[in-house]
Design a protein around this ligand. Sequence first.
Ligand SMILES: [Zn+2]
Length: 301
Amino acid sequence: MKLTILGCYSATPRTLNNTTSQVLEINNHMFLIDCGEGTQVQLRKHKIKFNRIKHIFISHLHGDHFFGLVGLISTFRLLTREADLHVYGPKGIKEVVILQMKLADSWTNYNLYFHELTSNDSELIFEDEKVEVYTIPLNHRVYTNGFLFKEKTGLRKLDVYAAEKAGINQAYFRKLTQGFDVVNEKGVLISNELVTKAAAKPKSYAFCSDTMYKEDIIPLIQNTDVLYHESTFLEQHRHLAKKTKHATAKEAASIAKQANIGTLLLGHYSTRYNDIGKFKDEAKQLFDNVELAEDGKSFKF
Ligand SMILES: [Zn+2]
C-alpha cells in the first residue's frame, strides 16, 4: 500500500497548506479519500493519473473535505474520461453535485454512480477479490464516516520444487495455493504446509477524520497497520476541540494505543499552530510510533 497526502490541514486552503485529500494505492486501485478544494491541482503536482481514480470516498459534507469534488468531476469530463466513477459519501452528496451540474447545463460523458451513506453502524461499502472497504461511523458536527481499507488474505505461496518432489500433479497446484491438502500421483494425501508457505499478512489502513474522541471505533480498527486520526488541536485548546467536535493529538494517541495500531498518522491540523512538531511531541507521550502527515508526503506500508 502507498498513501500520498495531498492535503492535511483543516478549514481553508492557504499558500502552502491544502485541505483534506489523500490517495491510497492498494492492489491496483487508486482510491481518493476526501476531496478538498484544490485536490485536482495537487493530483497534477504529484503526477497521479486522473483516469486511474475510479472510486472516491467522502467522509462528510464540510467544505474542506469535498469542495474539490465538482471541479474534479467536471475536469474528468473535459479530459474525455470514459471509465465509470463511483462516489461514496453522506446522503445529500448526489443532490449537491447534480444541482451544480444542472445549473451549468452540463453533464458527464461517463457513468457517475453515487453510493449515499446513512447508517450509524459500520458497513461494507466496497469489495472485490482482494480488497474490502468498511465505513467507520464518527462523531462530528454533521454525519461523518471514516473508512477502513483492508486487503483480504491472499493465496498461499507454492514451493513448486517441493510439490513436484512430493509427486503432486500440476493440476492440483491452484488447490494448494488455496490451502487444501491434495492427493499425490501415488494416492498419498500430502499436507498443505509441506509444500506451501503462508500468504503475506494482509495490510490495513484506517482513515478517521473529522471526529471528536470516540472510543467505540476501537474494536473496528483493532490491529490496523496505519491509522490516520485527525488532531485538529493540541491539549491546550481542548475546550475548542470539544466545542467543534474535533480531537487533540493526545486523544488520537489514546485511540491508537487502545486499538494496538502499528503507526499513527496525525493530520487535519488547525492553521493556528506554526509548528506541527508539537502534535507529534504531544502524541508521543502516550504512543511511540507517530508520524506527521504533510502535504505531498508519501507513506509505504
Ligand atoms: Zn469537518
